[in-house]
Ligand binder design. Structure first.
Ligand code: B12
Ligand code: SF4
Length: 474
């Protein structure tokens, strides 16, 4: 490998995002963390390559071949808790191939477990907790310690935009089971403003709510639409506040600058107002993903999902669906199945509510105790689970539910089938296609019509989650 002119010699960095399983292909979202670090290293004249193994679908052999063909001096990996073991396997392989390679672990899992990461893998040279943009060059060129606890970047406006040229050959094209065309992912904010949901760990990782300036966001959208020629955007912010002036300003600028690239975003139901929804539509928003979780007041209270009386949550949800429906914006709702002490009747109440509502697509997930969340800490302090169960599906054996994990998976599948099935709920699929027609999303419409037999097959014949039983409670 020959360094390009101006590049620092003798340093070549490989940054990797893990697959959930070797060979599995997931094409929802670009790995924005390492793409941003890649941009910074490139700007500093350091040779760097970024590979999204989760979207490439490579086998371990392919990765080894890549590493043998290039003399990487540093290999850095984003470790997520559920996929951390594949990361450790790669670090081990690096050391077998060449013990001089510096292995660097970063990402959410390190942010949670901090220096304990060295107990989990003996093949990590340097570990970095928190956001690494301001220090990454020093960590590569002039490391002074084994563990860096960096916290968060206060001013995210001056960071470079993620270098998507590393992944431009991949067509990220999935949004909650809907096939969408060639998409770029982007962030407008970091950290959620609400930060209170007891099942969620995001606030622990992102540490604080920060916003980029609307002008910088618009500059990036311009590049994505006009230079990089993406066909869609997915805004992967934890939760975009649609009813606030900040978001409305971004939407107005997008409209004024005629940046009509369609986009999707994640938001909270209680943050959607009429004016915001109308602007979303005008700015060419196709769909919004909302965390519904449950509609049962007792459960919503336990999850601390809203500031309003929990008895109002179903009204808030219903109202947000109606507003989105009025503006022909697709609503995707996520449900949690089988939270602590949740009964079958309570689960079914939520499912029936969603089936009879204006929700267009439902995603249902069995409840998990997740490291960094309040319910995880609570379950540990009550001796229900052990502190090494970082990502553990709820199970009867913990005394926190009357269901086994397998039963919760079955109920999650039932929920998706009951709400999404074109046969059990034909009105929903007609509404969905009508919205795609009204949005003039012809390409998306064709993709999804072609895919319909597969969707039907998956609803009736396959289990949606491919599980490795020993990983259910790790
Ligand atoms: C977009 C997103 C995705 C996308 C893209 C993945 C990604 N992380 O880039 C997709 C859809 C693929 C995805 C999938 C999953 N995700 Co996700 N995802 C997110 C989300 C919403 C935003 C991530 C992001 O873009 N952040 C912005 C960038 C700038 O931050 P960052 O990626 O953390 O990177 C910074 C630092 O972590 C650090 N860093 C990162 N990597 C490295 C590497 C090195 C070497 C160094 C030094 C530093 C470093 O520096 C970066 C720049 O500051 C986060 C929530 C959140 N707010 O973080 C969840 C989150 C990361 N996901 C999570 C999970 C669990 C998953 C899944 C396992 C879900 C599932 N059950 O299938 C899968 C895993 C897939 C896989 N193959 O591993 C969890 C991880 C929790 C944990 N304990 O690890 C999070 C935190 C959400 C949550 N539930 O709390 N996810
Ligand atoms: S679930 Fe969403 S709204 Fe609740 S704290 Fe987490 S990111 Fe914020």
């Amino acid at each position: 490998m020959t360094p390009r002119i101006g590049e620092k010699r003798n340093v070549s960095v490989l940054l990797l995002f893990m697959p959930s399983k070797w060979g599995e292909v997931e094409k929802f979202c670009q790995p924005l963390g390492i793409l941003t670090l890649g941009a910074i290293l490139k700007n500093a004249g350091i040779w760097v390559q970024v590979i999204d193994l989760s979207a490439e679908g490579w086998s371990k052999k392919q990765l080894i071949k890549k590493m043998c063909n290039h003399n990487f001096t540093h290999v850095g990996i984003t470790l997520l808790t559920p996929t951390r073991k594949i990361g450790y396997e790669i670090f081990k392989t690096c050391k077998i191939l060449n013990p001089d390679i510096t292995t660097i672990a970063g990402g959410p899992h390190v942010t949670f477990v901090k220096e304990d990461i060295f107990k989990e893998s003996g093949d990590i040279d340097i570990a970095v907790s928190g956001e690494a943009e301001l220090e990454i060059v020093e960590i590569i060129m002039n490391p002074t310690k084994r563990f860096y606890d960096l916290g968060y970047v206060k001013d995210i406006d001056n960071l470079p935009i993620p270098d998507r040229t590393f992944v431009r050959h991949i067509k990220y094209n999935k949004m909650s089971g809907i096939s969408i065309g060639d998409s770029a992912s982007m962030k407008w904010i970091r950290g959620c403003q609400w930060r209170k949901c007891t099942f969620c760990s995001r606030s622990e990782i992102t540490m604080a709510h920060r916003r980029r300036s609307p002008e910088k966001i618009i500059e990036e959208i311009d590049i994505l639409q006009n230079k990089m020629k993406y066909k869609n955007l997915i805004v992967v912010d934890d939760s975009l506040r649609i009813n606030c002036e900040y978001t409305k300003r971004i939407l107005k600028l997008k409209i004024d600058k005629k940046l009509d690239i369609p986009f999707w975003a994640l938001a909270r139901a209680d943050h959607i107002d009429e004016e915001g929804a109308a602007l979303l539509k005008e700015a060419n928003c196709v769909g919004i993903l909302l965390g519904i979780e449950s509609i049962v007041p007792r459960i919503i209270d336990r999850y601390k999902k809203t500031n309003e009386p929990p008895e109002q949550w179903h009204n808030i949800i219903e109202k947000s669906f109606k507003i989105l429906n009025k503006h022909n914006i697709i609503s995707i709702g996520s449900l949690i199945i089988g939270g602590p002490d949740e009964t079958k009747e309570e689960i079914l109440e939520t499912v029936e509510f969603c089936k009879n509502s204006n929700l267009d697509v439902a995603e249902a997930f069995p409840f998990q105790f997740i490291i960094g969340s309040k319910l995880w800490s609570e379950a540990i302090s009550e001796n229900k689970i052990s502190s090494s169960q970082y990502y553990s599906y709820n199970d009867r054996s913990f005394g926190t539910t009357s269901f086994t994990t397998q039963e919760l998976f079955k109920m999650a599948k039932y929920a998706e089938k009951r709400i999404n099935s074109p046969l059990l709920n034909p009105g929903r699929i007609l509404r969905l296609f009508k919205k795609l027609v009204k949005n003039r999303q012809w390409r998306m419409l064709i993709y999804n019509l072609i895919k319909l037999p597969l969707v039907l097959k998956s609803v009736f014949f396959n289990h949606p989650y491919e599980l490795i039983p020993e990983d259910l409670h790790g």
